[in-house]
Design a protein around this ligand. Sequence first.
Ligand SMILES: Cc1ncc(C[n+]2csc(CCOP(=O)(O)OP(=O)(O)O)c2C)c(N)n1
Length: 699
Amino acid sequence: MAASPEKLAPALRSASPDWRAVVRLVAVSRALDDLEESTLLPERKVLYQFSARGHDVTQVLLGSRLTGARDAVVGYYRSRPLLLTLGLSIDEALASSMMRVGGMSEGRDIGVVFNFPRREGPCALPVCGGVGTQYTPAAGWAQALRYRHGTLGEAQYAGSIAVAYGGDASTATNGFWAALNIATTERLPLLFFIEDNGYGISVPSQQQTPGGDIARNLSAFRGLRVLDGDGSDPMSAARLIEDAISGVRAGDGPALLRLTVPRLSGHSGQDTQTYKGPALIAAEQERDPWRKLRAQVVPQILTAEEWDAQVCLACTAVADARVRVERFSVPDRARVKRYVFSESTDDGAIDIQTQGGLWVDGAQPPAGSERAHVQGPRINLVTAVRRTLEHELAVNPRMVVFGEDVGRKGGVHAATIGLQEKFGVARVFDTSLSEEGIIGRAVGMAAAGLMPVPEIQFRKYADPAAEQLNDCGTMRWRTANRFAAPMVVRIPGGFFKCGDPWHSQSNEVQWVHGIGWRVAMPSNAQDAVGLLRAALRGNDPTIFFEHRSLLDGSWARRAYPGDDFVVPFGRASLLQTGAALTVVSWGAMVERCELALQRTGVSADLLDLRTLSPWDRHATLMSVRKTRRCLIVHEDNITAGFGAEIAAVLAKEAFFDLDAPIERLAMPDIPSPHSPVLLEAVLPSVERIAQCMTDLAAV
Ligand SMILES: Cc1ncc(C[n+]2csc(CCOP(=O)(O)OP(=O)(O)O)c2C)c(N)n1
């Protein structure tokens, strides 16, 4: 039986291409494209097909040069030949597109949206469907390489590189420019590998960059080596690839290599290319690199018989794989909800992802204590955050803290003051002003085994990072626990003295609705310490919401609960107990609820949820079943705020226990207003909360 590309790939990764292996891998890629287009797509065994024809030879040549022990590539939906060269087997490739167990997402993601985890040897971080999303995680991986080798002294990270691979249209995206800025300002070992096929679906590259030539346009970009060439000419492409990679590997900083290639099929299986016209399509076929490859290697390197034999081997291997994969099981419906978050095995150990995060190598998080060992005077919440970051930085060398102004200045909220002086610029650093860059970089760093702790300066400014945040949250699920990117994103937000539509948004519900994120919103300094520490030692991405009015608020001040103190997520704090009413709140509204209860004298349970994902359904239900009335108070807008979710659960689970309708007090559906007069008119005030409590208790 034919050897698989897995076995051929290592031989290929040598100084000069093993042209026999190149031929074979490209033939495998083409046989897969043929099989899908001619058979599997019409039979609806593959539902979404992206041919790599025309892009394939250069990808195999690129993959053959990824020889570093910790090289990583972040590609896109047209990356299958590259993945095959790294070691993805034909079975894995077909099982992915045919949505079978054994594929890289087990039927959860589109077949060509690959990932290829590996703790030893080159890997491929999870591809995303969003064009341009590959770049900033690749920059993060490159920075992690430098950190793990340069700062932590881990020899196996020396000389490795990151590659971000995309098409011409992807160079118009935010992610591309964010990564370009990061890589050039930081001089990272990152190769931008651009295969320019002249189109983004039907839109010509002239509309993506002036003149349609990103290499030319970037030729004056400082800190970037730019190479450009004809990807349909395999021999010259191989030289360019070698040149580009060896420079990046040698420490010369980032490079961009643009190779023009023909796209020999439609954008996807559905695309008939009517926008191109027959002359252009014919000209593209003329530029087929496969033909040129044959002309260049036969008979100089391979005889015609050897070429045919390689092609034949490839076709047989694909046909055999298809027979095998048809017998692979379809994914189990009962498992579809698994791996949204980190899970435990039956014996209580972490069901660990193959790659990403702190704990994949068998290491265990340090034991924490749920009991507070209070020390010293009361400190404000921002000091609590700083002290926790400081301790965790001290005990965890793989933790890094970064964001806009967090370095020398110590953050615009002062949460990181002194940390750069103490831990150095490699561990606590300022970033360029790009939230996409901040979170995307964190994704790459987490995939490389670090614990990134990015700060988003204000809640609203997480918006430019929305795509990276989304893709980070879904990573574990869509790779069926192969990859995860645990991180802690600190986000100050909410009102502070005044409001405004930019610095004072709350909108925490967005993270709860986002898949795969844990969400903490502490109301006081002690909980902030425990929750932050739990997140920093955890195995899931976490949004840690720091309310601006609490950072120095006197009510939120508490004594430091100790360096081991942790608060498990999903456990509400019962601040006071009573019989007439349950009040559920979190963040800055908890203080107001407490004051309102004091004012009214209503006997109530006051629950501070502390975390919204997960949230303590059990404690809430228990309390409401006892008091038979519930008031939910939050700062976020009322429509589809998290209170709506709580109310829906109570209406279903405690319907017959309720003596009154569930009440919600929240902001009306407007942005936070700037004038304190207007702000207090719309925020749940102590007076309004008190009135609502009195009314509800009297029903
Ligand atoms: C953020 C985003 N916007 C739009 C799309 C829809 N879309 C998918 S592929 C594509 C064109 C991408 O072209 P290019 O990057 O040049 O790669 P190619 O397909 O030509 O290889 C578009 C618009 C998407 N997937 N992601």
